[in-house]
Design a binder for this molecule. Structure first.
Ligand code: FES
Length: 82
């Protein structure tokens, strides 16, 4: 996933915005990322990824699936969690 790809697809929040928020605000809970343009407050698909980023010393270096795979797995997730 590239910096400008959407990490929270529901609210169109890019990976770059999330990483910047984590660096500046240093949230201790995933729910605090809701202050970052609503990230994580929709379908819930991105929350495990938000948590992984928060747990990294250097969140910008975490390997994430490419945008296409990420989006298509979210579609499967949404079918299982209507
Ligand atoms: S993709 Fe982030 S809440 Fe749905």
């Amino acid at each position: 996933m590239k910096d400008d790809d959407e990490l929270c697809i529901c609210f169109h929040v890019s990976r770059r915005k999330v990483v910047q928020y984590i660096r500046v605000e240093k949230p201790s809970r995933v729910s605090q990322l809701s202050q970052c343009f609503g990230a994580g407050t929709g379908c819930g698909w991105c929350r495990p990824y938000l948590k992984q980023l928060m747990q990294q010393e250097r969140p910008e270096s975490l390997e994430l699936p490419n945008a296409e795979a990420y989006a298509s797995r979210r579609i499967e997730y949404r079918q299982q969690h209507p």
